[in-house]
Write a protein that binds this ligand. Structure first.
Ligand SMILES: Cc1ncc(COP(=O)(O)O)c(C=O)c1O
Length: 380
């Protein structure tokens, strides 16, 4: 491929920060850099607490455990997401209940969410798709009206906001992922942000064997008791050091992504077979992904994907619906037709290359080739 789907934005400071932890010869697992990274994230988002994890997936599992969600409970999730959102309730024995999405932000449709609430519903986990906030204010109202936990899956949307309020501050808690294609990355990693001290303390127990860590386990001689069941879901200091260096660059990274996205939208919105991203007013989209819709649906979308691949341009379908994966069809009996908007959009979406250092020349090449495809399609 000449143009990749994403490229990580990194600099010498990333290397230096990782090297400094390695050179210290101590704290290669959890240590002071984890605490510093957590403090920086909570300050950046505007929450009281942040607890890091070794992935966004383990962070989601942990927050459901912290809220005591268990067998017999239902959690409303989108199917138009990465599978981990829907799997998280299953990890704790609860059932994921899929609600449909709306076309403005590709997030959960508040009207359909209302229809899916039962006596067993305990939480809603909306996602902010590809860097665009979902209709989170409307979902917050529903959660409050029905006394449900609202957990934002903000894996893809660090830095996105509505007016001046960042995603991650709307729900009772929120998850961010630092996997390699995200806004900032530590290779693998994730976190939960929340304003609840109680939840923060529970999360710290869950991520480290249920051990009450009044001091650093590895350096203290003190006995630290094990007070609950826990896992090893910790982030290491090497990873956190990289996170610190990455987070320092976030404003610049987001600005570069937004500038590139604006450039692409200006050009692509003239092509009539395509719908470009169009976030609602006051929504600050950070373009972790740049996803277009091919109006005619799956066949033309797949043709475009193939055509661009032949020209060396990588694209991908984010997402095929979770309820139509082999696992969910087998386990829950989904057959298709259950979530009309999800299924229609999943047939139309195509994610184009988008990253901070995408050059004007590369963007022009992508646009030229999409135009060429459009002309060919029209002449068919
Ligand atoms: C919407 C969404 N939820 C959850 C995850 C899982 O995060 P991670 O890959 O860090 O486990 C991802 C990222 O891959 C995601 O995009």
């Amino acid at each position: 491929m000449k143009i990749l789907l994403f490229k990580i934005y990194w600099d010498e400071e990333d290397i230096e920060m990782v090297n400094s932890v390695i050179r210290s010869g101590a704290y290669w697992t959890t240590g002071p850099k984890v605490e510093e990274f957590e403090k920086m994230i909570s300050e950046y988002i505007g929450t009281k607490y942040c607890v890091t994890f070794n992935s966004g997936t383990s962070a989601l599992q942990s927050i459901l455990l912290a809220y005591g969600i268990k067998e017999g409970d239902e959690v409303i999730v989108p199917s138009f997401t990465f599978i981990a959102t829907a799997n998280a309730p299953l990890f704790v024995g609860a059932k994921p209940i899929f609600a449909d999405i709306e076309e403005k932000t590709f997030g959960l449709d508040p009207e359909d969410v209302k229809k899916k609430i039962t006596k067993k519903t305990k939480a809603i986990i909306p996602i902010h798709y590809g860097g665009c906030p979902c209709l989170i204010r409307e979902l917050k109202e529903i959660a409050e009206d029905h006394n449900l936990m609202l957990i934002e899956d903000a894996a893809e949307s660090l830095g996105a906001k509505i007016k001046d309020k960042k995603v991650g501050t709307f729900g009772d808690s929120a998850m961010f992922s630092f996997c390699q294609n995200k806004i900032i990355t530590t290779g693998e990693g994730g976190c939960i942000v929340t304003d609840s001290k109680e939840v923060c303390e529970k999360l710290k127990l869950i991520r480290s064997h249920g051990r009450r860590e009044n001091s650093n386990y590895f350096t203290t001689s003190e006995y630290l008791d094990y007070v609950t069941l826990g896992y090893n879901f910790r982030m290491s200091d090497i990873i956190a050091a990289l996170g610190i260096a990455q987070l320092k660059k976030i404003d610049k990274i987001i600005e570069m992504r937004r500038k590139n996205a604006e450039y692409v939208t200006n050009k692509l919105s003239k092509i009539d077979v395509i719908i470009t991203p169009n976030p609602p007013e006051d929504y600050f989209h950070v373009y972790q992904m740049y996803t277009i819709r091919v109006k005619e649906g799956e066949r033309m979308r797949d043709d475009l994907m193939k055509y661009l691949a032949e020209k060396g341009i990588a694209t991908k379908v984010y997402f095929y619906p979770v309820h139509l994966t082999q696992f969910y069809k087998r386990e829950f009996g989904y057959k298709g037709g259950e979530l009309p908007t999800t299924e229609e959009l999943a047939d139309q979406v195509l994610t184009l290359p988008m990253y901070p250092t995408l050059t004007e020349e590369e963007i022009e090449y992508i646009i030229r080739e999409i135009n060429a495809f459009n002309i060919k399609a029209k002449n068919r």
